[in-house]
Design a protein around this ligand. Sequence first.
Ligand SMILES: Cc1cc2nc3c(=O)[nH]c(=O)nc-3n(C[C@H](O)[C@H](O)[C@H](O)COP(=O)(O)O)c2cc1C
Length: 326
Amino acid sequence: MEYRDKLVLAPMVRVGTLPFRLLAAEYGADITYGEEIIDHKLLKCERRINDVVGSTDIVEKGTENVVFRTCKEERNRVVFQMGTSDPLRALAAAQIVCKDVAAIDINMGCPKSFSISGGMGAALLAKPDLIHDILTTLKRNLDTPVTCKIRLLKSSQDTIELARRIEKTGVSALAVHGRRVADRPRDPAKWNEIAEVVAALSIPVIANGDVFEYEDFHHITSVTAASSVMVARGALWNASVFSPKGKIPWEDVKREYVRKSILWDNDIKSTKQTLKEMIMHYSCLEFPEGKAVIRSETLADIALLYGEEKYYKFVNENRLLFGGSR
Ligand SMILES: Cc1cc2nc3c(=O)[nH]c(=O)nc-3n(C[C@H](O)[C@H](O)[C@H](O)COP(=O)(O)O)c2cc1C
């Protein structure tokens, strides 16, 4: 996997499932991260080929609960992001998915109490020895590229020291979210501190934070000298941010997202959450559209809401035709 000059869709819980990743790629994202999945959850899963949808599914054993869905089309650009606090558990979990993805990434930035209390996400930032063990265990035992995503530490010097230690493990790239653990999303990302990490390392650094327009890709690269750029909210609100031709109206992106959700039989909770995030940004969940999304229980409800009933019927009547050809 090449990490230079790439536009990257950031990992986003509930949002970064297959339809959203394919949508971002269609507009121009080169690398697309999946949502974070915890190793414990993955270890309860098995890999299944889904001929009906045309996907490869990681499914909770004994259930039909799809934890991760991917397809051949994205094999060379999809990054599986994992939450972990243990090297051997991370390895066992990674082995379940590594043949179907382009890279495995470890989340070292999540500030949520669920992650921290499990010793995962940003909790790892205070444990450089554990970071080292997790990354070297994965590196030594997998053929798949391994990366990680961190936040800034209290001082630039601390961040640089940790980044250097991470580089020594042999990871293929390091994504740096330019905020500290205690920062809020509205606090400006510190591109200057990402620049200091870039200057201290020789592996590719992926700069992340506050990219909302196509022009920002150039802007953040010129400030940080990072190899690649990662976007979360800018893409969530309008995935066509990756398009060099400029953004298209968000309603059009939303419609395409709905169609892709139907085509890939996306988890309804993921589709609802993604639509809610878009609506919250541009409109209001209290308006009729928002209320109707909240009320929806199935993809058929969503199809009806967005006038895609015919497409829904067509896809579901021809599933085997679609799935088999993928
Ligand atoms: C809805 C949402 C879900 C997120 N989920 C994850 C995640 O699963 N893993 C992760 O490392 N970061 C996650 N993040 C953080 C983003 O990947 C990114 O680091 C952060 O939003 C800063 O980028 P931005 O300024 O482009 O939004 C999430 C962010 C959002 C908005």
